[in-house]
Each structure stands twice: as C-alpha cells, then as structure tokens.
Design a protein. Structure first.
Lengths: 298, 263
C-alpha cells in the first residue's frame, strides 16, 4: 500500500477569463494521510477542491482521485468521496435525520444499511438529542458538525474539507478538530484547505502552501518550519521607526525578517553572534507562511 | 490503484435520479401545505371569477356550458402555475441562495440527472395539482367521465415541458429580476391565448395559427377532448407536440444548468 495515492494532480491549470486560479499545481495525497492546503484567500484552494469533484473542469493537466481519472470518471470517484463545503448548504427546513436520510440516498447507501449509517452519522455529529430538530434551530457549531457528518454517511475513503472551521468560535473549532482527528485515526484520507495555520499544524501530516495558484512549498509542518524559518526566531518590539531600523540592520546581517504588525520577527537566529535583543521563540508555520506567500495582502 | 480498471458510471442512473427525488419528496413534507394551498386556490379563483363572472354574460363557449369550458381550460393554468413558476424560482433559490446544487453535484449525481430528477418531480406535482380545477368544476356541474383519468397524465406531460422551461430560464437568468421579463413577455400572453377563457376561433387567423404553437393551448385541447370524450388522432399529434416541447426544453435546460453549475 505504500506510495498509493488517493489524489494525484499534475500540472493542473484552471483559468477564469484573465484570472488563472490554479496555475500548474502538483499535489499528492497518499492514502491514509491528512494533507493540508494552506494559503491566503485567493490562492486557489477552493478552486482546487472544485476540480477534485469535477465541479470545475481543469483547462490543462492530469487529475486522478482514488485511481479514477477526472473529469471522465469523476462520478465514480465522487461515490467514494465525502465533501464538506465551505458554505453551509444543508436543507434548513429539514430535520437533522432528514438531511442525513437524503444524503444516504444521494450517496447510494444500500437500503439495508441506511438506518445504521444515519444513526452512525448522528452519533458522530453528537446530535442524538437534536435528531428531530430542524436545521434552522441548530447553532452554528451543530450545523457544521452535521455538515461533516452528512459527508461521512456513506463511509467515504477520502474526505475533502474546504475551510472546515472558517468563521467559528475557538470552542467550536476545537470540537471540530477533535472530530476530524477521529476520522484521521480511523484511517480515512483527508484533504483539507484552510487559511488557519494552527489548524494545518495540528491536523495535517503534510502541508502544501499555495500562493497564486501554485504550490510553493510542501512537506510535514515541522520540516517546513525548519527548512524555511530555522529553529528559532527573535521577536523585537518597538515603535514603528525602530522596527524599520531593525529590519534594515537584520537585512544587512543577512537575516530574514517578517513583520507581525506589532513587532519584527527575525528568523533563523539559531546561532548566536548577532546584535539584536528581543524575545526568543520557536519558529512556526506562520513564519513560513508569511515568508512564502508574502506580507502584503492583495 | 491507478492500474485498477474500475467501473465508469453511466448517464441518467436510477440511484442518482432517486436521490434527487427523495430530496424533493422529503422537502415537500415540510412545505406541502403552502404549496398545495396556492396551487389549489389560484386556479379555483380563476374558475369562479371567470366561470360565474363571465358565465353570467356568456352561457356557452366552444360548444360547452361556459363553466365546463373554463373548468377544463384552467387545468392548463394550474399545470403552468405549478410547474413553470416553481421551476424558475425554486431552481434559482437552490442554485444561488441555498447552494443545494453544489451539495448534490459533490455526490455521484451529474447535472443531467439533477435537472431530470427536478423536472420529473415538478411534473408529477403539476399532474396532480392540474386536476384541482377539474374537480372543483365537477361540483359546479361538470359531468364525470372516464377521460378524466387521462388528465393527470396530460398535466404531467405538459408540466414536464414547463418545468424544463422554468429550469432553463433559471439557468440563463443572472438575477431574480430577469424573471419579470419572462413572466410578462412569455408566460402571461401564452396563458391568455391558450383557449382557456375563450375559444381561439374568435381570434384573427394569424393569432389562431400562433395559438396552435402554444403548448398551453395543446394542453387545454387535450384536456377538453379527454374530459368530453372527443379524442381523435389529432390528439395524438397534440400529445406528440407536448412531448417534443418537453424533450427540446429538457436538453436546453441541462445545457443551461451545466453552464451555470460547472466552471
């Protein structure tokens, strides 16, 4: 089973008029792993997700999902995938159970297994007490859990999560992380797009950082951090004028910096022998993210 | 895994159509009262207003007592109101606001199956709701006949075409406001010049010829011929015309929705 890929993209390109949303993307998702697509808004993460369900058709490149070639055999691939969209599209006038019932049909769960599948999803979403409530009576966190459970009703081998926790409270986010982690432990392959760095760091075995439709760096989060940002960073605080000076001095000393808004982070300060004073901290994925995707928001 | 040859799933599969229909049926359980109310009350009001309002001035039309003439004619009105309108608005809402179609197309369902399932469902409803004015007319003196059993089928066939028409319009529309043009410029004239409230024979020749092209008129004629047991080979042509209308709009609706749903 080693080396087997649940998702394989080679040179995928997707253009919308003059905009190239996905620009020659290569992506490997090995079976049984959780891969995080990390990138700022507009990096092409959601378009990549749509390519994988053939809701967007690539202009160039090869896409394989669970061994099926897309877009031709996308329907067979979709039968074995679960998709959690970024925007809630539950049927709000239906109950929790009715939503799951509908999707057990859409995902072709055999009649004899349907009841059990729905029950399993209700339990997974931890909504047993609310099973007969209509969706518009549920809290935001419950709706998200139901959205995830709905994608799992047919026990898919591959789950696509598009920004699973965007716009949610920290408490709710933790709850969802636990749910996603439980899936991972069961051996389900997961591709998750996110722009929350902590989310990628906690859940993903490997991360692909995307910028302008391309993959700019990939690997396990710890390796990426070490490779691009070193072991430690120094946080220097001060008034804006002072920060600008520090940035210039660091550049002269051959050290890379990034602005955090309130401070300057000097990266790669693993060895001593530089004149700066500040708070030492371990380098993190956010350092890598900002280094690779740029400091300015376009 | 890439070496494994596995099944390529075909087009218009039953499990996919069933999935789309189950979603509609389960949803219907949450809104059937409102939908049945409007689909029943509107044509009934037309029937009462025209049948008795006009009926006091006109005793007979097209060779039938006026109430019976209108009672059979408004079957087509009910079919139109319960197919073209829900198809236009429902499709647009599910596509744009509820994003339902994004969820369905992420499952093993293609746009062709989605559109077909939705149209079949709307046509079924139209077939049932279409019978309402006829049933009301029975209480006002329309005689029962075995031909009435064909009316749900006629309503279904006409409803299928109008459902596809509505889905097509929703597929091409970029906003709700676009529907106003269609309702004013297409549906209202077709609805009035269908032989529902007055026989087309009272119109100038050119309007009569245009009227023959109106699927709603063909539906009205089929219903009258069935209810009054006047069926002939011409009605086969009429049914064929409705089937052609449905098939052509079905394909266009699929094309329009594919453009909309698949980037």
């Amino acid at each position: 089973m080693t080396g087997e890929l649940a998702i394989r993209l080679r040179g995928a390109v997707k253009r919308y008029g003059p905009i190239t949303a996905v620009d020659g993307l290569d992506l490997d998702v090995p079976v049984g792993t959780c891969v995080g697509l990390l990138g700022p808004n507009g990096a092409g993460k959601s378009t990549t997700m749509r390519l994988l369900t053939a809701q967007a058709i690539a202009d160039e490149g090869e896409i394989e999902v669970l061994g099926y070639r897309l877009p031709g055999d996308s329907k067979a691939a979709r039968a074995e995938c679960g998709v959690v969209p970024q925007l809630d599209n539950l049927d709000v006038t239906l109950t929790v159970e009715q939503n799951l019932l509908v999707f057990s049909h859409l995902y072709r769960v055999p009649r004899a297994e349907r009841k059990e599948a729905i029950e399993g999803a209700v339990q997974m979403a931890n909504l047993a007490a609310r099973r007969h409530d209509k969706v518009d009576k549920l809290s935001g966190g419950m709706r998200r859990r139901l959205l995830i459970a709905r994608a799992l009703v047919h026990r898919p081998r591959l789950v696509l999560l598009d920004e699973p926790t965007v716009g949610l409270d920290p408490q709710v986010r933790q709850e969802l992380w636990a749910l996603i982690d439980a899936l991972r432990v069961q051996g389900t392959t997961i591709l998750m797009s996110t722009h929350y760095i902590e989310e990628a760091q906690r859940l993903a075995d490997t991360v692909l950082i995307m910028s302008h439709g391309k993959g700019v760096a990939g690997g396990p989060p710890a390796e990426l951090v070490f490779e691009h940002a070193g072991r430690e960073a120094l946080e220097v605080y001060g008034p804006p004028a002072r920060l600008a000076e520090v940035q210039a001095e660091a550049a002269e000393a051959g050290l890379r910096t990034r602005r955090t808004g309130t401070s300057i982070s000097i990266l790669g300060v693993d060895a001593n022998g530089h004149p700066f004073e500040g708070e030492r901290r371990p380098a993190n994925l956010e350092d890598v993210f900002v280094l690779l995707t740029g400091e300015e928001i376009e | 895994m890439s070496t494994v040859e596995r099944g390529h799933l075909g087009r218009l599969e039953r499990p996919a159509l069933t999935g789309v229909l189950v979603r509609e049926i389960v949803n219907f359980s949450s809104y059937w009262k409102a939908s049945t109310f409007s689909s029943t009350v509107e044509p009934t009001i037309y029937l009462l207003a025209f049948g008795f309002g006009f009926g006091s001035l006109v005793s007979r039309a097209g060779g039938f007592p006026y109430v019976e003439f209108v009672g059979t004619g408004t079957v087509a009105t009910a079919v139109l109101f319960s197919s073209a309108f829900p198809a236009m608005f429902g499709t647009f809402v599910k596509y744009k606001f509820q994003r339902t179609y994004d969820a369905i197309l992420a499952a093993p369902v293609d746009t062709e199956e989605l559109v077909t399932g939705e149209a079949l469902w709307i046509a079924m409803r139209a077939g049932v709701y279409g019978c309402v004015p006829m049933i009301v007319a029975v209480f006002f003196g329309l005689d029962l006949s075995w031909g009435m059993l064909l009316v749900p089928l006629i309503g279904w066939l006409a409803g299928l075409g109008w459902a596809c028409f509505g889905i097509m319009i929703a597929g091409y529309a970029s906003s709700f406001e676009n529907f106003n043009y269609v309702v004013s410029a297409v549906l209202t004239p077709l609805f009035l010049v269908a032989g529902t409230f007055f026989p087309l024979s009272t119109l100038p020749r050119w309007a009569q010829i245009l009227g023959e092209l109106n699927p709603l008129h063909q539906c009205v004629q089929l219903v009258r011929d069935a209810v009054f047991l006047n069926l002939s080979w011409v009605d086969l042509l009429r049914a064929g015309y409705l089937a052609l209308f449905a098939i052509v709009l079905w394909r266009i609706a699929i094309h329009a929705m594919e453009r909309k749903l698949i980037d």
